[in-house]
Design a protein around this ligand. Structure first.
Ligand SMILES: NC(=O)c1ccc[n+]([C@@H]2O[C@H](COP(=O)([O-])OP(=O)(O)OC[C@H]3O[C@@H](n4cnc5c(N)ncnc54)[C@H](OP(=O)(O)O)[C@@H]3O)[C@@H](O)[C@H]2O)c1
Length: 314
């Protein structure tokens, strides 16, 4: 361990960070060691990482001093914030600033900031197609992350633009639901646009590729994706892969979706509308080829489904 470059992984017990920790641990001769950051080293996921060889260290994104300690003597930091825990763009930015400030204090050699694009740049400020949320954002969890990019300036940073996880089908309850008539259906305001998707674990693997490549990606923005598919295509793959008969796709308008009323419906509605209305720009900000060069095991949807089908609630 002493001669290995330590990567402090924020969100180590979550989708993105756990993929990176596993990638580091899975390459024992790669020259890197994983320091898994969590608020609770006693939780099962943290204990499992420790059992596999990660150094588990406690820190909280709301406490910059705890992050400074957690980043001591590390080579690299993987920074991610979890919007869905609090639904606040401002809080997400404050946490990102803490990551950046602590990385500066620790003299880190390479930071990867898990970000997304500023969707406000895709339309004029008086565009009425979707509401402004939280007073200033179109898609808060995208725009706040993009605003936070500036906190990392002055650091040797790679801005990693991620994609929609297919794992949302089981993590966020987005899988098709069975109706009283026995037919599966799902509803999205996506029209016939292709969604830029990725297996969540492939984000961490791509991040590992970036750390391994080192200087090549410092100062760069890297957009990653596994495959671009329409909801009709994904539905057909689920139908076949899960043996659930045809999946009926209700392509509603974004306004109807935002009015569904569940927590985050406006946020999701705006996000899916961005994916629909700015399909080319979203795809243009991500490269499957680059992603595969960083992570040669990159999965497409079929491969992801074959591996994860038992996790999808039917
Ligand atoms: N779902 C998608 O399709 C998608 C696509 C692109 C980007 N994203 C972005 O991904 C982010 C979430 O990442 P994820 O999916 O990897 O997370 P996740 O699986 O939901 O897990 C959240 C992670 O964040 C850590 N965390 C949260 N608050 C923390 C705090 N105050 N201090 C320290 N650690 C904290 C948690 O650690 P402990 O609980 O162990 O402390 C946990 O490891 C979101 O901001 C979302 O916008 C999601």
């Amino acid at each position: 361990m002493a001669d290995k470059k330590i990567i402090a992984v924020v969100g180590s017990t979550g989708s993105q960070g756990s993929g990176l920790v596993q990638a580091i641990l899975g390459d024992p001769n790669g020259g890197f060691a994983a320091r898994a950051i969590t608020r609770d080293p006693g939780k099962d996921k943290a204990k499992a990482l420790a059992a596999k060889g990660a150094e588990v260290v406690a820190a909280n994104l709301d406490d910059v001093e705890s992050l400074k300690k957690a980043f001591a003597r590390v080579h690299g930091v993987y920074g991610v914030t979890n919007f869905w825990e609090h639904f606040s763009g401002e809080k997400e930015k404050a946490q990102a600033k803490n990551i950046a400030d602590a990385a500066k204090a620790a003299g880190v050699k390479h930071v990867i900031w898990s970000t997304l694009e500023d969707t406000r740049k895709l339309m004029s400020s008086d565009d009425k197609r979707m509401p402004i949320l939280q007073g200033k954002y179109r898609v808060p969890h995208f725009d706040a992350k993009a605003e936070a990019n500036e906190y990392f300036s002055g650091l040797p940073v790679t801005l990693l633009v991620t994609s929609f996880y297919w794992d949302n089908l089981y993590l966020f309850g987005l899988a098709p639901k069975k109706g009283d008539d026995g037919v599966y259906s799902w509803t999205f305001p996506m029209g016939d646009a292709k969604l830029a998707g990725i297996a969540a674990e492939d984000i961490g693997k791509a991040a590992y590729g970036i750390f391994k490549a080192g200087q090549q990606y410092v100062g760069k923005t890297v957009g990653i994706a596994g495959e671009y598919l329409t909801m009709t295509q994904i539905g057909a793959k689920l139908s076949e892969g899960l043996g659930i008969g045809p999946v009926k796709y209700n392509a509603v308008e974004p306004n109807a979706y935002r009015a569904f009323g569940f927590q985050g419906a406006d946020e999701y509605g705006n996000m899916f509308q961005v994916y629909r209305d700015f399909e080319k720009q979203v795809a243009g900000a991500r490269s499957i080829e680059t992603t595969r060069s960083l992570n040669p095991q990159l999965q497409n949807f079929d491969q992801w489904l074959a591996k994860n089908r038992s996790r999808i609630p039917l």
